[in-house]
Design a protein around this ligand. Sequence first.
Ligand code: PLP
Length: 398
Amino acid sequence: MSNSQDNHRLFHRHVAQTSPNPLGLEIVKAEGLFLVDRNGKEYLDLIGGISVCNTGHRHPRVVQAIKDQADRYLHLLVYGELIQSPQVEYATLLAAHLPPSLDSIYFTNSGAEATEGAMKLAKRVTGRPEIVAFNKSYHGSTQGALSVMGDEYWRNAFRPLLPGIRHVDYNTPEALDAITTQTACVIAETVQAERGVFAPDRDWLKELRRRCDATGTLLVLDEIQTGFGRTGTLWGFQQYNVLPDILLLGKALGGGLPMGAFIAGRQHMWTLTGDPVLGHITTFGGHPLSCAAGLASLQVLLGSGWIEEVTRKEALFRRLLVHPAIRTVRSSGLLIAVEFDDFDQNKRVIDACITAGLLTDWYLFAPQCLRIAPPLSITEEQIQKACNILLSSIPFFP
Ligand SMILES: Cc1ncc(COP(=O)(O)O)c(C=O)c1O
């Protein structure tokens, strides 16, 4: 095995980077709530791989399902041709926990690809050219998903992007006016995560649904970050009494392996099968290992009682996270943003947390907010410990 310094150097030399200053910790093992680095130091994981590890790292049932599937087969053929039991079983279980209008699941490799698929599907179903998206929303980093991303700083660097996209302010009545009979779909996060956890008013989301119905526009809800119990119900939209026409899933969907999905009614999804035939295809989408892992993880989640505990754990975080330097705490279940004055303050807290063995980071469109999105299996003692470390990592008073 290469030594730690070698790996550090080779990581920077040969692994393409996304920022000039990656965390650069070398993790050798992860289990439950904890990561362990090469020196044996433990980190309590407050961000769960960014809303991925809802059932914790390497849940034994997930690991066993992956091993069992690896003993049977890996990749066989492109998505959609062969009957692969992990795919069928997972799609069936998901459909059983979704409204009947969302009964057809198209598995992809990532969240961004789910976004891409949904945009294509909406255009195909409606025959319309336009898409309405929201400022401060994140739906992925590919060209199409970037085109609907709600931040000009990131969009502008990569123009030209997709035409026909209108960005409007989330949770405002004016936004609804942008939806017309030319709009194929509106794409919205049920709770805007990367804005620093911004939940919409219930009435507004209902109005959004009504406006879509009135104009024949499809409503796409992105639950890539809010799905799988994160907000206190299996799906975030359950708390708003609003049903999407297309649902986007990702992150926790794969139980720790890569996977996304766009989900719609079969009559809509069927339009992707003809004229052109094979109009949306993928080699690895719905990979049997990912489906086996995701299926096991969802079974664990449904049988664990963790979703029912989310609201109580959220309340405990909120009760403990009181400090003169904390401006506000916004939360939707175990998706929590702790807001400081600015990025510099937040970054100092984050760095001190990591040094003290608590892994956290910030939100893309809210760099002044510290991210809390732990595995839902986090215990009350672990919440106490995390909050103690966090509060004692705040090195300043206003
Ligand atoms: C709400 C939301 N949508 C889409 C995506 C994109 O998912 P992926 O990174 O798997 O492409 C993310 C990723 O952070 C997300 O948070």
